[in-house]
Write a new protein. Sequence first.
Length: 465
Amino acid sequence: MKRTTFRTYIELVRFYRDESGVATIFACFMIMMMVLVGGIGVDLMHNEMERTRLQHTLDRAVLAAADLDQTLSPDAVVQDYFDKSGMGDYLSSVNVSQGLNYRTVTASATTASQTQFMHLMGVDQLEVPATGAAEERISNVEISLVLDISGSMRNNSRMDNLQDASNTFVTKLIRDETEDLISINIVPYSEHVNIGEDLFNAIPNKNNYFYNPARCLEIPDSNFSDTAFDASITYEQMQYFQWYNGSRFEVDNTSCPRHSYEGITPLSQNLTELKSQIDQLEPRAQTSIFLGVKWGAALLDPSMRSVVSTLRTQNVVDDAFVGRPADFDDHETLKTIVVMTDGKNTSSYRIADWAYDSDNDHIHWTQYNFSRYLNDNVRSSRHSQWEYVKYNSTNGDALTAQICTAAKANGIVIWGVGLEVDDHGAGVLQACASSPSHFFRVEGVEISEAFSAIATQINQLRLTQ
């Protein structure tokens, strides 16, 4: 018995000291741990996929519900998005806050993803939460609608298409809920810009010829590097004459637009008057895009505020717009220019100073066609003594680039619409726009779609969280 007991003891000691197979057991435990960790990763990845799908559905739903043009109940819109995505039961809450000029929709949703591996550790499911909010808020908006009314606009029904598009634009923006929030400057331009009787009279420093119905002011080239209206200088009134050939007494296509409806309308929210002016526009003369953009930008620059105050005292501008144009760093105000053309910058002529330096000269050229007079009475070799080129296409493009760059530097958003333009005109306008996506190159009635899209973007939605 003693011998057997001793032998058993020896065997137990040997078993105790034997380490063979230990690594195999450790390896089995490590493999199990690796599988479990990998499984946790799979469960978490599945959970994130579900969360992403839920969040995307929620974001789309609140964006659609916050649209001020949405006629359905915001709650119903959000619920419909979830139902269509097969997640109708996941929606937890929808909260809506709205007023005349804004709508905010906040929603939350939650579900759970079943675990495949983590349940081994007692975690049977993971929560999948999603929250989001969208807001459309029409804050203060200052708009300059810069419209080409040059002679080529009479081709291919371009003027009719522009008028339809512009009317659509102002109608989408001037609504009951935007009262006192949105101001629109209408800036028609051709070879020059008629700033209108009211604005012309409100500008203090200018030379006013004895008899000159033109309301166009010559702007020094140096002023195109800034959006500001420089009130410290004296502006020359543009000469009033017709450079284009015609009958002896034909003076109805003057270089400076002469009719009241061709003048600038500053800071208006009167939809009826805006549409009436747009409907009266007629094609005339050449094209100076840079002058249109300069006046469009100046009417958004705070330097014009004193002039606007004068217009308010004359009941030209509504009380609500006192203090406009707002400062460029006013985060509650969006400033934007929509500039449209069907062409490109062209040459613009002036009468030599010696032939336009007296009251009699001023009166004479309002009654006689300048080009016809030269053709009938002056040798062609001497025409250059009577006229000179004020602008040509090259420096016109350069001035366009300068004023557009200055406007964008001040935070003004510029949209460009090229109606049946050639590649050169498209290039100038696209470079002027805030980005390639802010430029529309359109044909015919497509211009209405472009203007409508721009109006929608001005009232853009923004995801707030």
